[in-house]
Design a protein around this ligand. Sequence first.
Ligand SMILES: [Zn+2]
Length: 288
Amino acid sequence: MRIHAIQTGTVSIRPNQREGQGTGYDRLLHTLTDRGWTEPLPIYAWVIEHPEGIIVIDTGETARTAEPGYFTPWHPYFKQVRPRVTPEQEIGPQLHTLGLRADDVRWVVLTHLHTDHAGGLYHFPKSEIVISRRAYQLAAGFKGQVRGFLPQHFPTWLNPTLIDLAPRAWGPFPASLSLTQSEDVLIVPTSGHTEAHMSVVLREGGLTYLFAGDTSYTQQLMLDQKIDGVSLDATSARHTLQRIRRLAEQTPLVYLPSHDPESVRRLEHKTPAIIHPTIQHMRVPAEV
Ligand SMILES: [Zn+2]
């Protein structure tokens, strides 16, 4: 199965968003008042060439963010982000470069509906768009705009498959839903960065890949259990990071958050978040 990382430009954010400072609403305040900038961080979307059909996870950002007035002008959060995306960096043209067509994508799964994950949605009018029912409700209308989403830019044709994750535990996660018949691609709940945030699990070749959206901005922050500076529900965010680390302790887990500059290298080298000495030890003789 081929897995591709597609980088749809970069975004700079406030350092206090990447790693939250303080507790409660102070954390958000520290993000909104931070005057520093991170280096430009990648905005990744992911493509799995699965035997049951092409799966896209998140759609990255759109070059239209450079147009004046694209961001909700009265919303304070948009002064805290600096995206840089060219039209050629959008997911549609990049799929083309890979020899794939957006129209042939069977499923598009959105981890959440922030613009740097949903901005490329308009490339996929023929695909089944899979979104958490709760996340979709929270992003809709004026209240969605207040929450920092851009529902005014969702494609007019958007008629997503809204999902509720069944209380069918998988690993450390209390719920899950299989996307594929073969049950090797699962959607799991990873609330925190946003309410009803989801991640996608792929089990292949003895490895587990976690396409994690914005559960953390780097792998190290996940291992250190440090939540970001915009999660409103800190308890959920902590539970999510605990579950991901537990999963990494149980199985070789390739952790792929959307803005970690190291994600693409980990995907290429299949580097697990935690090295399992016993598994490594068992593998060596098998390969000799
Ligand atoms: Zn986000």
